[in-house]
Design a protein around this ligand. Structure first.
Ligand code: 5RP
Length: 220
């Protein structure tokens, strides 16, 4: 199977977690896009969707799926999204698409986070994928210097502005052995809006696609 076929397979499997007559949280990226395409097939059976980015909102709307403001939602049973890296403990690096802050907000509200990924995303230690950090523009240099002190090599994502009007620093060279601690430490740097470590609120379920099919890994 190609990587795209694996992404499609996990997206199809994630439909089983969608709760009828409820709002579903929808992530951002190529795997999430496959999920949106699957979701469109049962759009009459859901109440609507909360989008984690403008791109996702546009795709949902193009399929005729109602997009709802997160503030008007009392309960969000499920959030489905991809990841750039994920461990067996279901901690993740996200934000390759630059939507990490909104993804983290929607994930925080959701009762269940279902991560959909092809097998290339499963890693022993997080950090080979550069860790995205959303920063307030005027704090870019300050945050960069602080990241160097932590042993990282930050690079400004060129020509990119987030949906929130901020910048992304992609941090290379980190071997993240304590994701919970690092997530908190990064959040404490003044000027950081959020970081792409999803450890405090990791996934609850991972649907991992490989040649043998879709494996379900649940949080222990
Ligand atoms: C976007 C994300 C995506 O979930 C992550 O980048 C994975 O994307 P893809 O499914 O295209 O591999 O965090 O901000």
């Amino acid at each position: 199977m190609t990587q795209d076929e694996l992404k499609q397979a996990v997206a199809r499997e994630a439909i089983k977690y969608v709760v009828e007559d409820a709002i579903v949280g929808v992530g951002t990226g190529s795997t999430a896009n496959y999920f949106i395409d699957e979701l469109a097939k049962l759009k009459s059976r859901i109440d609507g969707a909360v989008a984690s980015s403008q791109a996702t909102a546009e795709r949902l709307k193009s399929h005729g799926i109602r997009v709802v403001d997160l503030n008007s939602v009392n309960e969000l049973p499920v959030y489905v999204d991809g990841a750039d890296e994920i461990t067996e403990h279901l901690a993740m690096i996200k934000g390759g698409g630059g939507a990490l802050t909104r993804e983290k907000i929607v994930a925080a509200v959701a009762q269940k986070f279902v991560c959909i990924a092809d097998a290339s995303k499963l890693v022993g230690v997080l950090g080979k994928f550069p860790l995205p950090i959303e920063v307030i523009p005027m704090a870019r240099s300050h945050v960069g210097r602080e990241l160097v002190k932590l042993g990282g090599q930050p690079a400004l994502r060129q020509g990119f502005t987030t949906d929130n009007g901020n910048l992304i620093l992609d941090v290379y060279g980190l071997s993240i052995l304590k994701p919970l601690e690092l997530e908190a430490e990064l959040n404490n740097i003044v000027g950081v809006v959020s970081n792409g470590l999803f450890a405090r609120r990791g996934a609850d379920v991972l649907l991992l696609g490989d040649a043998a099919g879709v494996r379900t890994i649940k949080k222990k």
